[in-house]
Design a binder for this molecule. Structure first.
Ligand code: ADP
Ligand code: MG
Ligand code: ZN
Length: 659
């Protein structure tokens, strides 16, 4: 940066160059204006003018101090006519067509000019022939004149240039505008001297914190490690799904170690122009070395670290940037206490060279939080809002299985917003639980009115799910059923909630039961209304996915045994699966899926048939109340069951009749 200033020749100063260009452009502009003005006019001699005057050819004369501008009489023989359309259009618009013709005629006059000679005969002659004459009132202010013709255009042109190059240099990321491609000195990374975040702000993630603790300790006390000859790992790679706190953890490391924190996103390196990214990497490391000990944090490193051998799209700029990064990582002296932390949610696409020892050799997995982790995260975020004394974060943690830290933080905020909306001063448990639903299913859409018939179908559909849950053994209890439409497309839904600690393994029985629960909604529609609706689309999708995974990934079908037919890509993102089998096997897998789904559908039908009385009663209740809690649901269910066993003997005959 410093040496740039020294070797600056006048031509390297972009501002000066613009000034010269602007001046030339202004001169050019003025010349154009002049030639345009005079191109219509024809010079004649003064005596020619007098000749025209005596022949009565002149219509008007403008007397300037230096010249006479002469307008010839229009050619009367040439008829100027308006087309009928124009004529009628002008009449409609309330304009006078005659006036327009006059104006057109005036404009078509020939214009001449001649030098002004002091001549006593002039005005008399003009009066004699009835020629109009006038002289323009000139505001003879030379300063204003000069300003208008020279300074103003110059300023405008200069400003245009300035804005243009600034917007371009922004895109280039360089500081020097057009003249400065590649000499990037713009600050594209953030430097925080104290992040203000510590490990206390990161709940859960104990293993990750433990791994990072060592880095913190090293930054505190490098001598201890050097004495024994231990080298600090140069880089740590945080890997995990979005929103699990990777960025937060990196900040916490800097906060704990009390060192400066350089952060930037991988995508900020990669630019349109080859070489810019690489020069930024160089610059970043130079700056960071000067401030060592410090932490460089590269977020979303997959943007540059993508494996170079992926043939699909080779990108020179990215490769150069990556090479530069690899280079710098080898080059810096880790004993100074420069630590690089990177984060990604697509570790599998990273270039192998990045991961080899000496570079990002530490891989720290940041998983989605478990039950306890979720409760801890909620505790961290609930501190920022005022709450009722009786809130129960454990319940909320139970209801949010699968949520990442960012989701939980968002839920707490939603709850606070809801409390404000209802004009309360503190957040209640109800706010919290409602916000969970808002994140999962969208906001309530009270203005969408379902017809009676649709409402009934939705109610039976949802109770179908709930009953399948209640009847089967390997399912999570129902927490709530509602048929209030939500903004994310659902017309109603059944919320299940694990009773206690969630478990990490799923048995085949559980999967089959879950598929049955998914299909029970449609089964209820068929059983009660003898109809099929589109409301089951999402259920079907999820049931099919479960069945497919069961067969292709979990080795749970008799037909295929433990063959791995599919595997998951992008584990931390969408988790798409890719197939590894031949076309025939794929067909066989599809058939097997269809068979499993059919079996589960039959099972759901059986369950609902058996509990038709409970289905009816609970659905009626739901249609009436729109929402039913898990407890109330179980109460009605148990009541109906008891009643049924009381009248067992009568029922038995009927059952036999049916079969
Ligand atoms: P990532 O970088 O993994 O996508 P972030 O670190 O940006 O996620 O996390 C986003 C937000 O989520 C954080 O600012 C924080 O409010 C919240 N968050 C995530 N994980 C945790 C956690 N373990 N403890 C507390 N807050 C968390
Ligand atoms: Mg992040
Ligand atoms: Zn459903």
């Amino acid at each position: 940066m410093n040496n740039k200033k020294k070797n600056r020749s006048p031509f390297k100063n972009p501002l000066l160059v613009f000034l010269v260009i602007s001046v030339i452009a202004t001169i050019f502009l003025n010349m154009m204006m002049m030639s345009f003005q005079s191109s219509k006019e024809q010079e004649i001699s003064y005596s020619d003018f007098l000749g025209m005057l005596s022949e009565d050819k002149i219509d008007e004369v403008i007397i300037n101090p230096d010249r006479l501008v002469i307008y010839e009489k229009p050619d009367e023989s040439k008829d100027i006519e308006l087309s009928p359309q124009t004529d009628s259009l002008m009449r409609i618009l309330g304009l006078d067509p005659g006036e327009a013709i006059d104006r057109a005629r005036e404009n078509s006059r020939n214009v001449y000019y001649t030098g002004y000679i002091y001549d006593e005969r002039l005005l008399i002659g003009l009066d004699e022939k009835g020629v109009q004459y006038s002289t323009p009132i000139k505001n003879n202010n030379p300063i204003l004149d000069f300003f208008l013709t020279w300074i103003l255009p110059l300023g405008v042109i200069y400003l245009l240039f300035f804005l243009l190059t600034r917007s371009m240099s922004k895109r280039l990321g360089g500081g020097g505008g057009i003249m400065g491609i590649g000499q990037s000195n713009a600050k594209m990374y953030n430097v925080e001297n104290a992040t203000g975040v510590t490990f206390k702000d990161v709940a859960g993630q104990e293993e990750a914190k433990e791994s990072l603790d060592e880095i913190v300790d090293y930054l505190h006390n490098p001598a201890k490690y050097r004495a024994i000859g231990a080298k600090q790992p140069r880089g740590a790679l945080l890997v995990g799904p979005p929103g699990t706190g990777k960025t937060l953890l990196a900040k916490a490391v800097a906060g704990e170690a009390k060192v400066p924190f350089f952060s930037l996103s991988g995508s900020e390196f990669v630019e349109m122009f080859v070489g810019v990214g690489a020069s930024r990497v160089r610059d970043l490391f130079k700056q960071a070395s000067a401030k060592a000990p410090c932490i460089i944090f590269i977020d979303e490193i997959d943007a540059i670290g993508k494996s170079r051998d992926s043939q699909i799209s080779s990108n020179d700029e990215r490769e150069q940037t990556l090479n530069q990064l690899l280079n710098e990582m080898d080059g810096f002296d880790s004993s100074k206490g420069l630590v690089i932390i990177a984060a990604t949610n697509r570790p599998e696409i990273l270039d192998k060279a990045l991961l080899r020892p000496g570079r990002f050799d530490r891989r720290i997995i940041v998983e989605k939080p478990d039950l306890k982790g979720r409760e801890d995260i909620l505790k961290v975020h609930i501190k920022n809002v005022k709450t009722d004394p009786d809130i129960n974060l454990h319940d909320m943690a139970l209801a949010t299985s699968g949520a990442a830290g960012a989701d939980l933080a968002n839920m707490v905020n939603e709850a606070a917003l809801r409390a404000v909306r209802f004009g309360r001063k503190t957040v209640s448990q109800e706010d919290l639980m409602e916000s969970v639903e808002v994140i999962i299913a969208g906001k309530e859409k009270k203005d969408r009115i379902l017809s009676e018939k649709e409402k009934e179908i939705v109610a039976f559909h949802e109770v179908g799910h709930a009953l399948a849950t209640a009847v089967q053994k390997h399912t999570q209890p129902v927490h709530k059923i509602t048929i209030v439409p939500r903004t994310m497309g659902s017309l109603g839904y059944t919320m299940q909630m694990p009773e206690e600690e969630e478990h990490y393994l799923m048995s085949r029985d559980e999967i089959v039961d879950q598929i049955t629960v998914f299909l029970a909604g449609r089964a209820a529609e068929e059983l009660v209304f003898n109809t099929k609706t589109t409301g089951a689309a999402n259920d079907i999708e999820r049931a099919t996915e479960l069945a497919r995974n069961m067969i292709t990934q979990y080795g749970m079908s008799e037909k295929f045994g433990m063959a791995g037919l599919e595997s998951i890509q992008n584990k931390y993102l969408d988790g798409r699966s890719v197939s590894h089998c031949s076309e025939e096997t794929k067909t066989a897998v599809d058939n097997e899926i269809i068979r499993v789904l059919k079996e589960c559908h039959d099972k759901a039908m059986g369950i609902l048939n058996e509990n038709r009385d409970a289905l009816d009663e609970i659905a009626r209740y739901l249609i009436d109340k729109e929402t039913i809690t898990g407890d109330r649901f179980m109460e009605i269910y148990e009541n109906v069951k008891e009643r049924r066993s009381g009248t067992e003997s009568d029922d038995n005959d009927e059952c036999k009749d049916e079969q």
